[in-house]
Design a protein around this ligand. Structure first.
Ligand code: ZN
Length: 163
């Protein structure tokens, strides 16, 4: 129980943020044997410092047959990244290595597996459109969605901090 003081301190530090509108700095997304993510848009609150995406494979097929990955890029880069992913091939888990267009990625997973990635929210520029996709060959036309930096200040129904 020597940890208790540390936990209390952490709670205190977090309280000012926790008191604001319930921001959720993570998203859960899953995909099965069909070439489809169960989520078409991920909303990132701008007051999150970091954001975590959890990916779960809910299908029955093993990784070699129908694995999935998760890649975050600017929307304008999605198609070119998908093309280069095919060149990178299965040896790289269908993710081009050290690619500056890729902001975050979750490596290839198969049946019963999970993966996750955490990225810095300030890597997303306001005004730029972002998207996510599975870059396994043939998957990206259907397995894609948008990642949106939510501008909470523009929503009058949300409580504004400091007012
Ligand atoms: Zn896939």
């Amino acid at each position: 129980m020597k940890l208790l003081p540390v936990i209390s301190l952490t709670l205190l530090v977090c309280l000012p943020q926790a008191g604001m509108a319930s921001k959720v700095c993570e998203a859960r997304i899953s995909a099965g044997d069909a070439l489809r993510f169960d989520v078409s848009e991920i909303q990132v609150p701008p007051d999150c410092r970091q954001f975590t995406v959890h990916l779960e494979h809910t299908g029955m097929l093993p990784k070699a047959a129908t694995g999935h990955n998760w890649v975050l890029t600017a929307s304008k880069d999605m198609d070119s990244v998908a093309r280069d992913a095919v060149k990178a091939g299965s040896d790289n888990g269908w993710i081009p290595p050290d690619d500056p267009r890729i902001i975050a990625s979750i490596p290839l997973i198969g049946r019963g597996e999970r993966g996750q990635v955490t990225f810095e929210v300030n890597a997303l520029e306001p005004g730029t459109r972002y998207g996510f996709l599975c870059t396994v060959a043939g998957h990206s036309p259907r397995m894609r969605g948008s990642v949106r930096l939510v501008n909470q200040a523009a929503d009058p129904s949300m409580p504004q901090p400091g007012r």
